[in-house]
Design a protein around this ligand. Structure first.
Ligand code: FAD
Length: 268
């Protein structure tokens, strides 16, 4: 097997893991204008859920694979780039730049590629339940509990290594989707606040909300007029209809140890 290494791609922030926390973090960093890459192996543990009934906004519940698809679509819509691959290693750039080099490989579960891709990034967010091994070389503080390793973070998601953050279940947050999403948002915003990007809040408001009170529209916020509001409302209704039009095409997943499939897909 070849070990070809490609030239590095650059980003302001690289998020390891495109599950609930990682995709939500990406939505916030990308919306704030940070060039964001998500590298993921498509193994969100939420895909094993049989019907998601406790995520706010879905009183009838939602298919968990559909929920993950919608999070991914939203990250794309916000401008994040998503790549398939398993992150194996993160190290400080050796050319004196205040950045990290992130290595990712394809493997059996995530495609046929055997090339190693290198990403150069100013910030790393580990949202990769349940793998934090790629942080070993940086000496990020972790906590072992049985077979699991958790990344230790402060109350805003910063690890003890500057520029490295962690989000979701990997940080020992409660094992619930909404908690992972909320933490992903919070950690994404911490990355934004630690960057050079001017920022207030990520808000969309009616026209005049700030300006009619003699204020500039703060950075990160947007005022929209009635016509634009109606256009967005119509587009969102149409999109939501399309997204829920029929059963989700992917099979239910279960624990991979129970079936002969690396992603735990049930043959129903
Ligand atoms: C059977 C089951 C049912 C559940 N039901 C519910 C429920 O009903 N309601 C609820 O709220 N919660 C439920 N959960 C819990 C919920 O799924 C998790 O709490 C949530 O998914 C955690 O989000 P996360 O982003 O931290 O991790 P995940 O969603 O698992 O995302 C982690 C991502 O990191 C990727 N990854 C891992 N290692 C690497 C690497 N080295 N490189 C690149 N990518 C990597 C994975 O592919 C994955 O996409 C359930 C969990 C299970 C197992």
């Amino acid at each position: 097997m070849s070990t070809r290494e490609t030239d590095s791609e650059t980003a302001d922030v690289l998020i390891v893991g495109g599950g609930v926390a990682g995709l939500t973090a990406a939505t916030f960093t990308a919306r704030a204008g940070l060039d964001t890459i998500v590298v993921d192996t498509d193994e969100s543990i939420l895909a094993r859920n049989a019907h998601l009934e406790n995520v706010p906004g879905f009183p009838g519940g939602i298919n968990s694979r559909r929920f993950l698809d919608l999070l991914a679509e939203q990250a794309d819509e916000s401008g994040a780039r998503r790549e398939t691959g398993r992150v194996t290693d993160v190290e400080r750039s050796d050319d004196g730049a205040d950045a990290f080099d992130v290595r990712a490989v394809g493997d059996g579960a995530v495609g046929d590629s055997d090339e190693t891709r290198v990403f150069r990034t100013d910030a790393v967010v580990a949202a990769s339940w349940s793998d934090a091994s790629y942080l070993d070389g940086l000496g990020v503080e972790t906590r072992d509990a049985g077979s699991k390793t958790y990344v230790v973070v402060d109350e805003l998601g910063r690890t003890d290594v500057e520029g490295v953050y962690a989000a979701g279940r990997l940080t020992e947050k409660y094992h619930q989707a909404v908690v992972a999403a909320g933490h992903g948002a919070e950690v994404g915003l911490t990355v934004v606040h630690d960057s050079e990007v001017p920022y207030y809040h990520d808000w969309v408001t009616p026209e005049g909300y700030f300006t009619d009170r003699g204020r500039e529209v703060p950075p990160g916020c947007e005022e929209i007029d009635a016509e634009e509001r109606e256009r967005r409302d119509a587009a969102s209704r149409e999109r939501t209809r399309e997204a829920f039009d029929g059963p989700h095409p992917e099979p239910q997943r279960t624990h991979p140890s129970l079936v002969d499939d690396e992603l735990g897909r049930l043959d129903e």
